[in-house]
Design a protein around this ligand. Structure first.
Ligand code: SF4
Length: 340
């Protein structure tokens, strides 16, 4: 669902036109209301099981500096009188809740049996401690490497990428040489491909195919490179899937920073159209990117050390993660500095 909404959003230019935003955001809101009305019974089944971005939020929530901490022993020892059972909308087994990833932090369970309290914690805690062994390892790693990092970078980048223009021009020449002209026509409806001729903005079928190819290639190349590098690190340490998924989670800060940089690029672009100079934007981006790389590297070093590697193996495994962060960092460098 995350992939579909992200790609569809790009095809209909969700950040640029109200109609497109209303369709995607309004459509998912109506779907959430319908699911809630038909199946919810007071619970947020949409948020827990169907929302396209709940996986992303669940990954990012692991970095939160506060969480609802549950003391299971106190919970069991507390004999009551008890508060009524809280209506936990995302259907969490509160007594056994260890991390923040599924919790919506609504506070309804606060104080329950004297065992649940909003508490401060290190933003690294959930990835370093609760994340081992990872709960939904396979899905979390796939979403993070191929979706939140690889796919998102392609989706944010194609509008400024010279590679995208080369891809499109090469394909157009190939088609014209063979007298195939229909893919060059911009006659798709606005809800399939961007179609605003009055604003001189209409995508041809070729544009649509090029966007799909670029975003797909970005997901596969960047996600695949990260996957291979992390697999290499795990192999060097003679460990299994648990370490792979744990190590993948250490790239969460980098994934989060990428989403923030990509989404705020639209805001900054619009503010510049309005005449704001925003000289601080580039240095802030650089700081944010460098900070996220450093944070991910720190987490990776800690995870590698916790899994018992030392000496040369530790350094080489760490170098694999370092190379992965460099690949992602270079992608963002191209977008904000290299190509501008
Ligand atoms: S804070 Fe809300 S969402 Fe989180 S466990 Fe408690 S009741 Fe559930």
């Amino acid at each position: 669902a995350f992939i579909l909404t992200t790609v569809y959003g790009q095809l209909i230019s969700v950040y640029d036109y109200g109609r497109a935003a209303a369709l995607i955001l309004g459509g998912s809101t109506v779907a959430a209301m319908l699911v809630g009305f038909l199946y919810g019974r007071g619970k947020r089944v949409w948020c827990r099981h169907l929302c396209p971005v709940s996986g992303v939020f669940s990954l990012l929530a692991r970095l939160a500096p506060v969480h609802y901490k549950v003391d299971e022993e106190r919970w069991q020892a507390n004999q009551g009188p008890h508060l009524p059972t809280p209506n936990c909308a995302p259907l969490i087994d509160i007594r056994r809740m260890q991390g923040n990833s599924d919790c919506h932090a609504c506070g309804r369970c606060s104080g329950q049996r004297g065992a649940v309290a909003l508490s401060a914690r290190s933003p690294n805690q959930e990835i370093l401690i609760v994340g081992n062994p990872p709960q939904h390892g396979h899905w979390d790693s796939t979403l993070l490497l191929f979706g939140m990092i690889g796919l998102a970078m392609g989706a944010f980048q194609w509008t400024v990428s010279p590679w995208f223009i080369t891809l499109k021009q090469t394909a157009a020449e190939w088609l014209v040489d063979r007298d195939i002209f229909w893919p060059l026509e911009a006659n798709a409806p606005w809800w399939l491909l961007t179609h605003y001729p009055q604003a001189n903005d209409a995508f041809s079928w070729l544009d649509g195919a090029a966007i799909l190819s670029y975003i797909g290639a970005s997901s596969l190349v960047i996600g695949g490179a990260l996957w291979l590098l992390l697999r290499g690190a795990v192999r060097l340490m003679n460990r299994g899937d648990n370490l792979f998924h744990h190590l993948a989670l250490t790239l969460t800060p980098l994934g989060g920073a990428g989403l923030f940089l990509g989404l705020s690029a639209t805001t900054i672009k619009l503010l510049r159209y309005e005449g704001f100079i925003l000289a601080w934007a580039q240095p802030t981006r650089a700081l944010m990117l460098a900070g996220a790389v450093a944070w991910s590297l720190y987490l990776a070093w800690q995870v590698i050390s916790r899994h018992g590697a030392n000496g040369m193996r530790r350094l080489t495994a760490f170098a694999c993660v370092g190379l992965g962060t460099a690949v992602v960092g270079y992608g963002w460098y191209l977008q904000f500095w290299g190509w501008s």
